[in-house]
Design a protein around this ligand. Sequence first.
Ligand SMILES: [Ca+2]
Ligand SMILES: [Ca+2]
Length: 169
Amino acid sequence: MFQGDNAVFHFELDDPSNTFAVVSNGRQGEIQLMNPVDREVKEIYVFQVSAVESRTSQQFRSQPSQVLVRVLDKNDNSPVFQKDSYEFDVPRTALRGFQIGQVIATDQDIGLNGLVSYFLQPVPAWDAFTVDKDSGVLSLDRDLALADVGTHVTTVVASDRTALASEIR
Ligand SMILES: [Ca+2]
Ligand SMILES: [Ca+2]
């Protein structure tokens, strides 16, 4: 169909999402990004590229070749807590290890970029709190005593493994 080594090509790209374009450079076609991409919006793009012989008065078009582009993740989201704040009641007689409640944060990224860890702020207001790094379960670090009766506030930080963090009280 094409006229051997003397054929002059250009490339045409049919991308329904208008995200990619092809720039013809001699016999090569360079696929370029025309609009920003974000894995959380769209991860896979599929489009077709055809080679068109353009020197002759008639145009000859190749069978289209399918191109698949996978967008890799960037750590562009912080963990987000499911609630703005949490309140839990604890019996006065609760002992060390008692599970007070659970805080949950989610992160839209994937892999380590989306894996959430929980920490208490370095100096918690109340020394009886501890939080499980992986589950976000708050529990008692010691037995309670009469002097503990009252309201206690602490801040939990949720961080992904590449250190974008969110805080909650
Ligand atoms: Ca991302
Ligand atoms: Ca993240």
